[in-house]
Design a protein around this ligand. Structure first.
Ligand SMILES: Nc1ncnc2c1ncn2[C@@H]1O[C@H](COP(=O)(O)OP(=O)(O)O)[C@@H](O)[C@H]1O
Ligand SMILES: [Mg+2]
Length: 304
């Protein structure tokens, strides 16, 4: 396997380049990303919704100047949608044509062997994300997003692919690329993944960020937000996360809230403002009610 000059040269390099790509890391993220590269192992990122799992893969691609190939998982996802599929319509047309088609006066046809060779050739192959990433000859980040949504059989197929980075297509033979993709799998933890899959990967648990990190994320993603507002906002969000909510606000919601407040022209948050915009942060009426009961906003928050 060839090495690329887009590779990260150390933990600090990971930090710098991901930050430049707009993704703020902490010590565990930068270490796992660097190790993944050195060891050539996939990263399995688990954690609640909206904490930056998908974004991490995108940022790694940007930071390395690599192509991002994304396989979005869902229940019922199968090989045909994830790996490859033959283009039946085109194959049928080819067969019809070989038989002389419906062209009046056309005679006889081609030798079947020749037709068959064509039918299972590159022109009739529909490449799906996994095959595209495997065959890639350039630097590629393969994002297998929300892998906990697929069923067990598909997980086994993934495992096979992730162990040797190649796949055998009966009609074409063994397919492999010249470069291993950098693989990131994400999971919202809706079910346990197999031990075997976990063993294959480096594990990264992404939780809600610390106050400081979330404030920095707000300021990097919503640069128009004044620091005092960012500061106040992340404190309130954090206090909401401590209530037992059905769906605690994630970083995505914090960012939406920051943009909403700016849009409405607020540069400080009082209880009325918070109540009036709570629907940006919380998506269940029972959560909104609970939050409104507990909301205490101190006029002068301090960062520590
Ligand atoms: N470390 C981070 N640095 C910058 N932005 C982040 C970070 N983590 C999350 N975000 C922001 O939060 C949003 C939600 O992240 P996302 O990756 O979609 O969450 P998940 O995949 O975990 O559900 C992203 O669009 C991004 O703007
Ligand atoms: Mg995601």
């Amino acid at each position: 396997m060839s090495r690329s000059n887009a590779e990260f040269t150390g933990v600090v390099d990971v930090r710098d380049r991901l930050t430049e790509a707009g993704y703020l890391v902490d010590a565990s993220i930068e270490t796992v990303v660097y190790l993944a590269e050195r060891l050539g192992k996939p990263i399995l990122v688990e954690g609640p919704a909206g904490v930056g799992k998908t974004e991490l893969a995108k940022a790694v691609a940007t930071a390395r100047g690599a192509d991002l190939v994304r396989l979005q998982c869902y229940e019922g996802l199968d090989e045909a949608k994830a790996l490859y599929e033959w283009n039946y319509k085109k194959q049928l047309l080819r067969i019809t044509h070989a038989r002389g088609g419906e062209t009046p006066g056309a005679e006889g046809g081609e030798a079947w062997d020749e037709v068959e060779d064509d039918l299972f050739g590159e022109d009739y192959l529909m490449e799906r994300p996994l095959l595209r990433a495997l065959r890639s000859t350039t630097d590629t980040v393969l994002l297998i997003d929300e892998v906990d949504k697929v069923d067990f059989e598909f997980e086994a197929l993934l495992l096979e692919i992730l162990s040797d980075f190649q796949v055998t297509i009966p009609e074409l033979g063994t397919v492999t690329g010249t470069k291993h993709p950098f693989v990131v799998l994400t999971s919202n933890n809706s079910r346990e993944l197999s031990e075997a899959l976990k063993r294959r990967c480096l594990y990264l648990y992404l939780d809600y960020p610390t106050l400081e990190r979330e404030r920095d994320i707000v300021m990097s993603r919503v640069p128009e937000a004044p620091e005092a507002l960012a500061d106040q906002l992340v404190r309130i969000v954090r206090s909401l996360r401590q209530l037992e909510l059905k769906k605690p606000p994630s970083i995505s919601e914090t960012l939406d809230w920051a943009r909403t407040l700016l849009e409405l022209g607020f540069d400080t948050i009082d209880e009325d403002v918070a109540r009036g915009t709570m629907n940006v942060l919380l998506k269940y009426q029972q959560d909104v009610q609970k939050a409104n009961q507990h909301l205490r906003i101190s006029p002068r928050p301090e960062m520590n």
